[in-house]
Every structure is written in structure tokens, then in C-alpha cells.
Design a protein around this ligand. Sequence first.
Ligand SMILES: [Zn+2]
Length: 289
Amino acid sequence: MSDTEYIPWISQFTELFGHDYFVQVSQEFIEDDFNLTGLSSQVPYYREALYTILDYQVETAEDKNGNNNTNTTESSKKTELPNKALLAHSAELLYGLIHARYIVSKQGLTAMASKFERNDFGSCPRYFCDGMHLIPVGSTDIPGQETVRLYCPCCNDIYIPSSSRYLNIDGAFFGTTFPGLLVKMFPEIENHCKIRINKFSSNDFGLKLFGFKINELSATGPRMKWLRMHPKTELEKLEYEKCEYDIPKIINEEEEEQDIDDDDDIEEEDDEEMDDDVEEADDKTMASE
Ligand SMILES: [Zn+2]
């Protein structure tokens, strides 16, 4: 009777509250030792945790205590056995780390892509992203550092999940590589973004007053939009920087004129100078006198 009610550990885990970002890692993936390389040093009670995930019988400290009438020679081993809570934690950690590896495999990417398609991870809150589906991401690959975040492929920004149920899900269980790989594997995601961005033409946010467009010639109208513009091309950036850090040319000329003013000798000596220059210098001297 109890066999019919049996639910595999992985199914139980993914059905837990707040675990709906996870996909079910295939049994074959976990059973392939190559996929678990290096994880044994990161997870306490690694072997027991692995057996738990794969639904093998694992003996815990509680089991031992319960059966005190068994062999006394085995009681020395008692300290090596994890208690249930510790084992549960180790199993979750191990599953999470395997999950991060699984979702960057072809099989895992496909499974996550269909969750993305169904909008299981929620939509981008940014207005211009027009409800773009989000992709779970970790800000680090080291477990126990940061909780899971959501990446928007349209605005390239990262958001904290809106529901508090995800606030104790480790970001390392999704990893830093996953969203980039998903977008690379499924170019239609980028196309989706382009469509969304193009949907909002610049006209939507053009200047209007009581619904009327502002005249081209108005002092604050479209003609003066350069005031609100940022340099885009390299040439514009260069011009912008020059404008900000270089002394404009007009000021330079004035300085030269002032120099001429300061020593009057130059005026008398350089009579061959351009007429205009002399005139200007004369004007200056007249004004200063
Ligand atoms: Zn966005």
C-alpha cells in the first residue's frame, strides 16, 4: 500500500513551497559521475546526500538510536551518521549544485526554456520591457552567498523576485552562466526583445502640452532637444568631452587680445600685423583708457 504513495525525492523537492523555479534533474544526469566532479568536497555527508536524492535507503543517527538492540559493535559508527535535518540540508545543497550544472546542459536548457516560455519566472517590472519573461540567475556560483535573482534579457537588468517565497532560494543553484546560455541557445528570445523595444516608438514620449505637440521653433521644444541628448557616436562623445574639458576658442582669442593690451610695445613694433587685429587692439585700448 505504501509503495503506491511513494513520491521520489526530486519530485518532493521541486513541489515544495517556493521551489517552482527548479526543474527535475534527470536520474541519468545525476548517476553520471562526470557531472558530479568536485561536488563531494563542497557537500557534507556527500554520499548519504546523493543516496537520498536517488531514493536509496540511507541510515541516519535517529535510525540508529531507534534500534538500540542491534549490534553494539556498530554503535561506534553512530557519530559518523548524519542526523535527519543535516542530511536534508546536505541533500538540498547537493541537488542545488547539480541543478546549476544540469540547466546548462542541453537537456536542462530545454526544460528551463519551456518554463521560461510558460512565464514561470515572472515578468520584467520595467515598463518598456512590456512584460518580458524573466530568467532566474545567481549573482555568484558559490552557495550560501546570495539568493536567486531574475534576469531580463530586454533591459539586461537583474531583479529581486517580487514574492518573498524565493528569498531563501540560493542563487548558486541557478548560477551565473545560465541566462546568457539560454539567450544564446534560443535566439528567438532576443528577437522578442527587439519587437518589444520597437513597439515603443520615440513619438510616445515626445513633448506634448494638453495633447498638442510643441512647436519645432519653441525655445524648449523639439528644436532644443539637443539639451536633453546624450552623445551616441564616437565623434559626438569626443565633441562632448572637448566641450566639457577644453576652454572654448572664443575665450582663447579674448585672452590673446588681453595679452596684446598688457604690453603696448607690441602694437608699435608689429605694424605689419593684419589691419583687423590692430583695429581690435585699438578698440580695446580705447575702452580701457
Ligand atoms: Zn526588463
